[in-house]
Design a protein around this ligand. Structure first.
Ligand SMILES: NC(=O)c1ccc[n+]([C@@H]2O[C@H](COP(=O)([O-])OP(=O)(O)OC[C@H]3O[C@@H](n4cnc5c(N)ncnc54)[C@H](O)[C@@H]3O)[C@@H](O)[C@H]2O)c1
Length: 359
């Protein structure tokens, strides 16, 4: 079992059967109600394994969320809060979030707000959830096109990362996790970029060492800067533009978070090159890898204008100015860089031409 331990929470990587979960349920929550929050896919693919592996979960109440980012909204939270109330869940009870980033973000938010906070743990079941979303204590929901506009910092008691859940994860979802792994490498770890670049098949991402190394980057950064005052802003690389793209499409033809972030990283790498921070050879190396793995999306002028408007309302901005993390080189980035609307437009028009040429 690989462990990352902070004052607020512990991450355990390895078989959940060998983890501290059994002891935790027996010692800390033996008299508590336990609620397991799942979405439709983790209900069908992951729940049975969890419930049948731990005797103390046989009586657990299961609450089902509708699948998808478009359901990471307040209306769904209201329904779960009502269900928790009807089931008389109290402050000493436990919520287990079993799912991808949507379930851990929203389940964590629901648990943190309900009765001013009940204990929760995360069992991430998507690669993206394992290497990124379940770690760091950001829990929240979307508001219209604005991603994670409502939320709090609140850590789960524990995070259990067991690659067994990846067995049922569709390949395109592995790719979404790959995007955040690439981000960790690009902002902090050139050697990891080298390894991720070379993987012979997407299945190699299920390797526990790969997962561990990516978790390590995030863990070390959030330990130094838990509330994102400084270094943690690095982890927003690709997200100013990526979140705006994700938000723009959310009600029409949703783009997966990892996919949107991959395009956002490309656009922000382009801006890094144009600002003469990132060498063009490194930009083209990033472009080649990302365009090889992720389809680019065609964006017309109206879409680009709207995406820029959404980016202007990003929660990372200050005084109406758009700020983002930019790359200095692969494995190193700087934070709090102001970028102009025309720089975003240039990057997106460039990527649009690329998308058209690939069709
Ligand atoms: N809190 C954070 O720090 C943070 C960081 C990164 C991303 N996020 C958030 O995470 C979300 C994206 O997470 P995601 O990519 O996991 O999306 P997701 O939760 O929607 O999961 C992707 C898809 O995979 C399915 N799935 C998950 N596990 C499965 C399994 N084991 N078998 C079969 N199907 C499975 C889900 O039902 C869903 O259809 C976004 O909302 C994003 O904003 C949060």
């Amino acid at each position: 079992m690989n462990l990352f331990k902070s004052n607020a929470f512990t991450i355990e990587i390895g078989s959940i059967l060998d983890s501290s979960l059994n002891d935790l349920l027996l010692k800390t929550y033996s008299h508590s109600k336990v609620v397991v929050i799942v979405d439709e896919n983790t209900h069908d693919n992951c729940l049975e394994y969890l419930l049948t592996s731990f005797d103390s979960l046989r009586e657990a109440e299961v609450m089902l969320l509708p699948v998808g980012e478009e359901n990471k909204v307040m209306e769904v939270c209201f329904q779960v809060w009502q269900a928790l109330t009807d089931y008389q869940v109290g402050r000493k009870d436990l919520i287990i979030n079993l799912g991808g980033g949507v379930v851990t973000d929203m389940g964590g938010f629901i648990a943190s707000i309900y009765k001013r906070g009940v204990d929760f743990i995360h069992i991430p079941t998507s690669l993206l959830g394992m290497v990124d979303a379940s770690i760091g204590g950001k829990v929240g929901i979307d508001l219209g096109p604005y991603k994670n506009q409502l939320g709090v910092f609140s850590h789960p008691k524990n995070i259990y990362i067991d690659k067994i859940f990846l067995e049922t994860l569709p390949e395109e979802e592995l790719l979404n996790g790959y995007a955040e792994m690439l981000k960790h490498a690009l902002v902090n770890d050139k050697s990891q970029w080298g390894k991720l670049k070379k993987i012979s098949s997407i299945d190699k991402l299920k390797d526990e060492t790969m997962i561990h190394d990516s978790v390590k980057v995030k863990f070390e950064i959030i330990e130094k800067d838990p509330l994102e005052k400084n270094e943690r802003k690095k982890l927003n690389f690709g997200h100013t533009i990526g979140h705006a793209i994700e938000g723009y499409f959310i009600d029409t033809s949703p783009v997966a978070h990892g996919h949107a972030i991959a395009i956002g990283m490309l656009a922000e790498s382009f801006i890094s090159m144009k600002q003469q921070r990132l060498k063009s050879e490194e930009y083209y190396e990033i472009e080649q890898l990302i365009t090889n793995k992720f389809p680019l999306i065609q964006l017309d002028e109206v879409a680009i204008k709207e995406i820029i408007q959404i980016a202007k309302n990003d929660k990372k901005n200050e005084s109406g100015k758009i700020f983002c993390a930019l790359l200095n080189r692969i494995g190193n980035c700087s934070i709090d860089n102001e970028i102009q609307e025309n720089e975003i437009a240039d990057a997106l028009f460039y990527l649009n031409k690329f998308a058209i040429s690939m069709n």
